[in-house]
Design a protein around this ligand. Structure first.
Ligand SMILES: Nc1ncnc2c1ncn2[C@@H]1O[C@H](COP(=O)(O)OP(=O)(O)OP(=O)(O)O)[C@@H](O)[C@H]1O
Length: 444
């Protein structure tokens, strides 16, 4: 088996040597460069598996090298070495696509861990990825973009902050990032930060030592350690008490935790993902969420739009949810029921759609799900859609045709007028799509 090859870029010969010896001991061959120009020459000459670079170089900085590596036909994981405490540079580097960072003075154990993860990542890119357990459905342009982003983000260690309304799919997105990452064979630990009593939260996160407080009858590992090597998903991160926010910030910055009642810090290797349906930026302004923590967890921001803003995804979601609930024996939905769902604002997003369909299955006549079976609350019309039906303005048929025309026009536009793709997005066969175009005089 050929040994992996690393590119080390640092202008200080002593550091280059230390890094080279450390990597050689891990069975990794190295090429070293003291400047950006030398690094560029080596990148043209060799196929590297990983790159480790200092930030300050005589002819530029590490960020330039990140840019350069992103333009390679198959970009390799690049990690940056930052000055101690300079998290801003580390964040900037990760925003630009760096895999991870390590701060000076370089902790060799942390460096070895980082290099192992990076090599696993570059190896996994060519290996077969695991079969996905979950799917993020939706053919709207925004959902296609989110899927592409997930694939890209899975290759990095950068903290991702997933925003979006309740039930819009934030946890699903977090699981997908984990499943597609090199950490997929390690734990994915999801914590609902709002569900843990404040007095227990520190011990839940970081663990505790026996006797450190009443009730601590034995040593206990916390969730950070449970997620070792994997991903920690902090759901409802806005609910974290301020006292824990300081400790979390330290854990992220130092990549170390200290269990309650313990003197020694323990290194931890986790990928941090977080989410909330609340407006975290506003909470920072109000002083109820620490600004420094906000910047650390929000290195990459991924926003999931509410379902009412991607109505074209509804048909696909309905088919998927009904198949899941009925084991593939999908009942059909009347046209009016579908139109009613397309008109609905879904304050609870996809989770609410799941609940509505589950309830309707208990109520429908066994043939077709009708509007009444949906039991939709009357108070939440979708303001992204045409106004409520008013019989004085025309027949129901005209009204429904209008909705259909708008849905088709949107799908065509989103798919750059590709009819096959538009039909797929709407969950229609091509034949039925063509028929509708003709019926609505949209086929010219
Ligand atoms: N695009 C999608 N494709 C398939 N299923 C989805 C999609 N979006 C959401 N779901 C499903 O909807 C349900 C709610 O999603 P999820 O729990 O990820 O939402 P959330 O935003 O994390 O909610 P909360 O803010 O309440 O924690 C789950 O069953 C999830 O699998």
């Amino acid at each position: 088996m050929t040994k992996p090859l690393a590119l080390i870029v640092d202008d200080e010969p002593d550091i280059r040597e230390l890094l080279e010896i450390t990597l050689n001991r891990m069975g990794i061959n190295c090429q070293c460069a003291g400047t950006l120009a030398q690094a560029a020459a080596l990148l043209r000459q060799y196929a590297f598996d990983v790159c480790l670079t200092d930030m300050h170089l005589p002819d530029g900085d590490g960020l330039d090298l990140i840019d350069q590596i992103q333009t390679l036909p198959s970009p390799l994981p690049i990690a940056v070495i930052t000055a101690h405490g300079n998290m801003d540079t580390a964040i900037l580097a990760m925003k630009k696509g760096a895999f991870d960072f390590v701060s000076k003075p370089v902790d060799l154990a942390a460096l070895r861990q980082l290099i192992k993860s990076a090599l696993k990542e570059s190896g996994d890119a060519s290996d077969k990825k695991p079969q996905m357990q979950q799917v993020l459905l939706g053919e709207s342009a925004v959902m296609c973009e989110i899927r592409a982003k997930i694939t890209k983000l899975a290759r990095s260690q950068a903290p991702v902050y997933i925003s979006g309304e309740s039930g819009s799919g934030k946890e699903l997105v977090a699981r997908l990032i984990h499943e597609q990452s090199s950490r997929h064979d390690r734990p994915f630990i999801a914590i609902n930060c709002g569900a843990i009593p404040h007095e227990l939260i520190e011990s839940e996160f970081f663990g505790h030592k026996k006797g450190s407080f009443t009730g601590a009858v034995s040593d206990k590992k916390g969730l950070f350690q449970a997620a070792e090597g994997g991903t920690l998903f902090l759901d409802e991160v806005a609910d974290l008490p301020l006292s824990l926010q300081v400790k979390l910030l330290r854990a992220i910055q130092e990549k170390k935790i200290r269990p309650v009642g313990e003197y020694q810090e323990i290194p931890v290797d986790i990928r941090l993902l977080s989410a909330t349906h609340r407006n975290l930026a506003q909470m920072v302004q109000e002083g109820s969420f620490r600004q420094d923590l906000y910047y650390r967890i929000n290195v990459i921001d991924l926003h999931i739009p509410p379902l009412r803003e991607r109505i074209s995804d509804i048909t696909l979601l309905i088919a998927h949810i009904l198949a899941k609930l009925t084991g593939g024996n999908n009942p059909s939905l009347s046209f009016a029921a579908l139109a009613a769902l397309q008109q609905y604002a879904f304050p609870g997003n996809v989770r609410e759609l799941e609940n509505i369909l589950e309830r309707s299955l208990a109520l429908f006549n066994g043939k077709e799900i009708e509007v009444d079976d949906l039991n939709l609350p009357v108070s939440s019309p979708n303001t992204n859609n045409p106004a409520d039906y008013d019989p004085s303005q025309g027949s129901l048929e005209d009204y429904l045709e209008d909705i259909e025309r708008k849905a088709i026009a949107t799908a065509l536009e989103e798919n750059k007028w590709n009819k096959t793709a538009a039909a797929k997005q709407l969950g229609l066969s091509f034949r039925s799509f063509r028929y509708r175009l003709k019926k609505l005089n949209m086929d010219n």
